[in-house]
Ligand binder design. Structure first.
Ligand code: NAD
Length: 488
């Protein structure tokens, strides 16, 4: 039975007004740790709502593009103040909606505020170049101009930090935005938009529509006024969006991963096991950069696996509000089914299940979507559990005889988001960083985690081969270059 007391209804933001959908329909956001608890009621928008949001963004664009960058920055900074002041409450809401531990949720809210501040500064000095040439009476330079209306489409797993790292660079460079969050995490997305609204952003500069991608996804991508789509989510959805976009709509797709960690035979095996546990099981394995393949040298395999199992046993599983919990629920029923299905596939493929493998349903766990951290060994590189993104707390251990074989296995994937190696050899480490096909490469660190001020993106099917997100280069996607020749 669903809890129905004191449930708030949240509206779209279109042209500066909070509005209900034309469809008259709503949907519920549910707590994955307690599926009987409704976190909020949201608008199940239709294409008419999206059309109005895009029209509002189009109308607001000329004036916002002409607004001084310092004024745009002031609004981002005020919104950051609001997020920081309400970080504790927002963290609780994020945990109730998505399931990650409240400390992680708080860090995510604070990082999002920092992202707004970072782009408030970087965006003000993001500019073109001047070019030397032979004519003494001419100046040649480039200017960076905003694109226009940007569609921002985001997933549930970093439901405020991913929107922040797209929306902040879009706004500071003078674009206007239509933002559609994941239907699993609309509340924290609403809070980000609310912060910008309360910070005084002009009407229509940021618009917010919630709803199903099957109802509104196409128009967000194909409307002729949309000049760019920045998307983070699954590779299948990214390919669909990219293929539907017109040739002069920019796309930036941050997609799935199948991230390997290589354990060399000179590695500190305690460190290797800790890095694996943190990379594979934190956030219940629901990070795009999460470790999902371990490639371990044969002669240290047993010693490493023993340590990995011991450390996994110590992980506390539970509600994200409980002290010391390392593994929360997975985000929704679809996720739960998908993860359990992959565990089944792994068993049928002949991999050896050495730890976990079950849904947890006793006591308090019965109310939520909990899966045990799961370790498979004796995995062959061509098995589905070694090739397909599972996006849950499941790790596939593949044994190899040499470093060369490890590299072949690591690169033998359609994905190329993040990769790591554990070794004490500088020679191996530097060879690895050169030859690995991944956008984020780590040595003696987890595959997860990326800095706000450094570029982020993947190779192969993990990203479109276009623009990087994050850091200063994250501004490039949102501007076009005009080359100006002035004679005098
Ligand atoms: P998803 O692809 O199902 O949905 C992401 C967003 O896109 C949602 O808002 C959804 O409603 C919308 N959407 C889905 N199909 C669409 C379509 N055809 N047209 C328009 N919009 C559409 O992904 P998810 O389940 O929310 O998130 C998990 C996935 O995101 C994983 O594959 C993970 O690897 C990936 N991810 C990647 C990164 C990265 O930076 N590379 C970061 C986080 C998550």
């Amino acid at each position: 039975m669903l809890t129905t007391t004191k449930v708030e209804t949240f509206r779209n933001l279109i042209g500066g007004d909070w509005s209900e959908t034309q469809s008259g329909q709503t949907f519920l956001s549910i707590n994955p740790a307690n599926k009987e608890e409704i976190v909020g009621v949201f608008q199940a928008s239709n294409e008419e709502d999206v059309r109005q949001a895009i029209d509002a963004a189009s109308r607001a664009f000329p004036q916002w593009a002409a607004t001084a960058p310092s004024k745009r920055a002031t609004i981002l900074n005020k919104a950051a103040d609001i997020l920081e002041q309400s970080a504790d409450t927002l963290a609780e809401e994020l945990t109730r909606e998505e399931g990650k531990h409240v400390n992680d949720a708080r860090n995510e809210v604070l990082r999002s505020a920092q992202t707004l501040r970072f782009y408030a500064v970087e965006g003000q000095s993001f500019t073109g170049e001047t070019f030397p040439h032979d004519d003494p009476n001419m100046k040649v330079s480039t200017e960076r101009e905003p694109l226009g209306v940007i569609s921002v489409i985001t997933p549930w797993n970093f439901p405020i930090s991913i929107p922040a790292r797209k929306i902040a660079p879009a706004l500071i460079t003078g674009n206007t935005v239509v933002f559609k969050p994941s239907s699993d995490t609309p509340l924290i997305a609403f809070r980000l938009v609310e912060a910008l609204h309360n910070a005084g952003i002009p009407k229509g500069v940021i618009n917010f529509v919630t709803g199903k991608s099957s109802d509104i996804g196409d128009l967000l991508v194909t409307h002729e006024a949309v000049k760019a789509v920045t998307f983070t989510g699954s590779t299948i959805a990214g390919e669909d969006i990219h293929s539907k976009s017109s040739f002069n709509t920019r796309t930036q797709m941050e997609l799935g991963g199948k991230n390997p960690i290589i354990i060399m035979d000179d590695a500190d095996l305690d460190l290797a096991a800790t890095l694996t546990v943190n990379g594979a099981f934190s956030l219940s394995g629901q990070a795009c950069t999460g470790t999902s393949r371990v490639i371990v040298l044969q002669n240290v395999k047993d010693a490493y696996i023993n340590r990995l199992i011991e450390k996994t046993k110590n992980l506390k599983i539970g509600n994200g509000f409980e002290e010391g919990v390392k593994i929360g629920p997975v985000a929704n029923h679809r996720q739960l089914k998908n993860i359990l299905n992959y565990i089944d596939i792994g068993v049928k493929e002949g991999a050896k299940l050495v730890y976990g493998g079950n849904q947890i349903t006793d006591g308090q766990y019965a109310k939520g979507y909990y899966v045990e951290p799961t370790i498979f060994t004796d995995v062959r590189p061509d098995m589905r559990i070694a090739q397909e993104e599972i996006f849950g707390p499941v790790v596939a251990v593949i044994e190899v005889s040499t470093y060369e074989e490890a590299m072949e296995v690591a690169n033998g994937s359609d994905y190329g988001l993040s990769a790591s190696i554990v070794t004490n050899s500088l020679h191996i480490a530097s060879d690895f960083t050169k030859k690995i096909q991944a956008g984020t490469v780590k040595v003696n660190r987890t595959t997860t985690g990326n800095l706000m001020n450094a570029p982020f993106g993947g190779f192969k099917k993990s990203s479109t081969a276009t623009f990087r997100e994050s850091g200063r280069v994250g501004l490039e996607f949102f501007t076009q270059v005009k080359t100006v020749y002035v004679g005098y």
